[in-house]
Design a protein around this ligand. Structure first.
Ligand code: HEC
Length: 176
């Protein structure tokens, strides 16, 4: 009986010891788990930081690129504006361009409606002259290299004409 009781006592002591041991063990384990969790949290936090840095860098890059694009667009708008204005000016010039017939109205008083007259009793009759001959005479009057006694008068007339005007009026006269 005595032996049995001792054995029983021993059994209780042993089980207490084992449970202490087990308790100790599980405490150690939960510490380990905690440490692991802490480490994971640290890793995640580091990654978040990296992502934030990268995001910032990307944002900066996007902003810089947007600024470049904005500048390019502004420049192109400026170019298009200038081109549009030039085109408008061209269209206006074409619309306002005098025809050969319009220009000849100022010549007809001296040279006749059909260019058939001897202007002021001095000029040659220019009816029947071809375009090139008329243009050459007008250019000559303009730069002083052509003409007779009354060339100064015709210099005044020819100087008002651009090269284009001369061509137009010459073409008109050549067909009268
Ligand atoms: C106020 C009168 C007058 C008007 C306006 C006039 N002319 Fe004349 N034109 C003359 C006279 C005068 C001459 C001769 C000048 C000279 O001595 O060379 C002449 C000469 C010319 C000649 C060369 C003929 C030649 O004798 O060698 C041509 C071409 C001509 N005129 C074209 C024109 C045209 C085009 C216009 C209109 C843009 C024009 N003229 C307006 C008086 C006029």
């Amino acid at each position: 009986m005595q032996n049995n009781r001792n054995f029983f006592k021993g059994g209780i002591l042993l089980s207490v010891a084992v449970s202490f041991l087990l308790l100790g063990c599980s405490e150690e384990k939960s510490n380990e788990v905690e440490k692991k969790i802490e480490k994971s949290v640290e890793v995640v936090e580091e990654k978040i930081e990296i992502i934030e840095e990268k995001t910032e860098a990307i944002e900066e890059e996007v902003q810089q690129k947007a600024e470049v694009v904005e500048e390019e667009v502004e420049q192109k708008v400026e170019v298009i504006k200038e081109e549009t204005q030039a085109l408008k000016a061209e269209v206006v010039a074409v619309v306002e361009q005098k025809t050969g017939a319009d220009i000849y109205k100022t010549c007809a008083s001296c040279h006749g409606q059909k260019a058939e007259k001897v202007a002021m009793g001095k000029s040659q009759v220019i009816q029947g002259w071809d375009e090139d001959k008329i243009v050459a005479a007008l250019k000559g009057y303009k730069d002083g290299s052509y003409g007779g006694a009354m060339k100064t008068l015709m210099k005044g007339q020819a100087s008002k004409l651009s090269d284009e005007d001369m061509k137009r009026v010459a073409e008109y006269i050549s067909k009268l």
